[in-house]
Design a protein around this ligand. Structure first.
Ligand code: NDP
Length: 333
């Protein structure tokens, strides 16, 4: 039998964590034969709520859950962990300036970076969900110099899933039949959902999505804006931000990182940029990646970038550079 692994979820009393913990505990992420010890971090005022989440996890009687550790102490939360879902972040409140939000979150992720550096396994895989996710991941990595930069990522998988699903519905095929949709750049409204390399399996034959849809105006217009504005549309309808779909995406992201991607397919993750495709280096930029059994991601190289894509990729890259500079200036305070 496998030894249990320690998995941290922060913001564990929140909405996304509520769905996420269910899937992790069930074995959807680390495998149906991998026992887990769940480390659940939240802030002191949420400890009562967290107690309720722990009760429900117990009541699910998941056989893979070996121990549950609810805590508001970073040392305990980050100790010996092998995977981390950093979901907890300061939510944007009405009237809050972007700069205030950034400042509050930089503080959280600086502190958690230091805790990772000190207490976590050096092989830990860190997925940042809390917004602004790319920049939070950058700050986290910066304050955890003993852990390879490659072990940090931010989530753009929800955007990818949204994009994939929009196309699948249009083509009337199951969502999984659509592959290789790319999200470039920042998890923000400047992200570039790109279907120009996407493929679709139609009755066993692999075709280009562009050839099947044959609707360039849609792919360069409505498709992109629908994906970019989907989060706001969910909030408007549900009066709460997306949680089930965000949790599913976090699971997809970590599962593919842990187990590797399918041959010939790529997925989007915001990772430490080496300047591939002439986007800014040293920011957490979302790229198409492939992952091997060694849990190392590689940016897919050699994709053709047309002028339309170039402009969109640069725009979101510039935003990330600016966010990083703003975050770094807050760090010095
Ligand atoms: P959610 O669980 O709904 O959201 C948590 C984070 O995920 C937010 O930063 C949010 O960004 C982001 N997010 C939400 N939807 C999406 C999406 N569709 N795609 C990508 N990211 C998304 O928030 P709750 O308020 O329910 O829960 C947050 C919990 O975190 C609370 O329990 C709080 O106490 C805790 N927390 C914990 C901290 C810690 O552990 N140190 C620090 C701060 C808070 P956005 O706001 O932009 O929607």
């Amino acid at each position: 039998a496998k030894e249990p692994i320690r998995v941290l979820v922060t913001g564990a009393a929140g909405q996304i964590a509520y769905s996420l913990l269910f899937s992790v505990a069930k074995g959807d992420v680390f495998g149906p034969d991998q026992p887990v010890i769940l480390h659940l971090l939240d802030i002191p005022p949420m400890m009562g709520v967290l107690e309720g989440v722990v009760m429900e996890l117990m009541d699910c009687a998941f056989s893979l859950v070996r121990e549950i550790i609810p805590t508001c102490d970073e040392q305990q939360a980050f100790n010996d962990i092998e995977a981390a879902f950093l979901v907890g972040a300061m939510p944007r409140k009405e009237g809050m300036e972007r700069k205030d939000l950034l400042a509050a979150n930089v503080k959280i992720f600086k502190s958690q970076g230091k805790a990772l550096d000190q207490f976590a396994k050096k092989t830990v895989k860190v997925l940042v969900v809390g917004n602004p996710a790319n920049t939070n991941a950058f700050i986290c990595s910066k304050y955890a110099p003993s852990i390879p930069k490659e072990n940090f990522s931010a989530m753009t998988r929800l955007d990818q899933n949204r994009a994939q699903s929009q196309i699948a519905f249009r083509l009337n095929v199951p969502a999984n039949n659509v592959t290789n949709v790319i999200i470039w750049g920042n998890h923000s409204s400047t992200q570039f959902p790109d279907a120009s390399h996407a493929l679709v399996n139609v009755n066993g034959t692999i075709k280009k999505v562009g050839d099947c849809l044959n609707d360039d105006a849609y792919l360069k217009g409505e498709f992109i804006t629908t994906v970019q504005k989907r989060g706001a549309a969910v909030i408007a309808a549900r009066k709460l931000s997306s949680a089930m779909s965000a949790a599913k995406a976090a699971c997809d992201h970590m599962r593919d990182w842990w187990n590797g991607t399918t041959e010939g397919q790529f997925v989007s993750m915001a990772v430490y940029s080496d300047g591939s495709y002439n986007v800014p280096a040293d920011v957490m930029y979302s790229f198409p990646v492939q992952i091997g059994a060694d849990r190392q991601w590689k940016i897919v190289q050699g994709l053709e970038i047309n002028d339309f894509a170039r402009q969109k990729m640069d725009l979101t890259g510039q935003e990330l550079k600016q966010e990083k500079e703003d975050a770094l200036s807050v760090c010095q305070d």
